[in-house]
Design a binder for this molecule. Sequence first.
Ligand code: PMP
Length: 416
Amino acid sequence: MSVQADIVERVAFDVEAVRRDFPILAREVHGKPLVFFDSAASAQKPRQVLEAERRIYEHEYANVHRGIHYLSQICTDRMETAREKVRAFLNAASAREIVFTRNTTESINLVAASWGRHFLKEGDEVVISEMEHHSNIIPWQFLRDEKGILLRVAPVGDDGEFLLNEFAEMLNERTRLVAITHMSNVLGTVVPVRDVVRMAHQAGAKVLLDGAQAVTHIPVDVRDLDCDFYAFSGHKLYGPSGIGVLYAKEALLDAMPPYMGGGEMIRSVTFEAAEWADLPYKFEAGTPAIAQAVGLGAAIDYVTGLGLHAIGAHESDLLAYANQRLASIDGLKLIGTAPGKASVLSFTMSCAHPHDIGTLVDRAGIAIRVGHHCAQPLMDRLGVAATARASFGLYNTRAEIDVLTEALEGVREFFG
Ligand code: PMP
């Protein structure tokens, strides 16, 4: 993006106007205005997404890809238009490289169960990192137990930074895959994925990036990154739940066997044999999440309309402000302070367990996440059982951070 366009986007970002697009933000919780700081778990939905789904169900709904009747054709067209939006959003070379799944978890499982099971053998190595979400650990453990692959874990530093040199030392001629998060859901750390991809490719390994968090904050260009697989979920990108994406290079998808069998994924079937459908349908068995895919397309229109750079700048401002405000609270410790981190703020308080923090701030109408955030090995590495986590989305404001700060002061006073 040009500097000029970036400035136009920044000037144009009007958070109050954005908030009016999200009906749920007008509600109260426990008699207080809702402050929603849990977008990293799942983001709220703008009217544009709600309306896109409603329009389908009210006026256009039918099953896709099979019918020659009018509604079926409309829905097929809507769904393929959504796929094209995802393609453009990721700058993939072709819509054949965009597989619709249920979520990031299914996208990663698809790669493990198809590519992994087919192409990996005993002694092959898969590198993940200490800050992976369980969804990027367990599928590889399945493969380890089934095929005897070795799972290697790249370390993070005490501030939550990704240790590139230590990662580089793990690569060798047995490394077949690097499966790593683009952005940590606990620490906010943004992994230098361009370097990761370059180094992994030099070692002859493929790269899967877990983009569940990154995709909402950072413009992603899969061709520029040159990653082999990229996974994300619609629901964190202000789209519906039940729809996710796996991007994969076409040659890989071509070589991979189907993941699930059934309708939609075949060209022809006899009782003896079957031929697979073209990409990406080979990987989309069964009736897909039609309205959800269309809703995801609307969500992509929404965020690209605002501009990912503008959103990122707004959220960086919130993060900097929150860092400064929360630092003033006695006994509060920020977990994850890597340079360049994005809008997730984990913390502990010496006076209270994270669950107590969560319960008390909830009474003030504030939604934060507490617990292990589906990253128990990272909690072990950090030496904490749980953290409290405030995560910021495009609709959050500095005033809401003031409300959180006040509530956390209240927690400190309550527990003394
Ligand atoms: N990876 C990361 C980094 C995440 O934050 C999440 C969701 N918390 C996931 C994977 C899994 O996403 P989903 O539950 O939508 O499959």
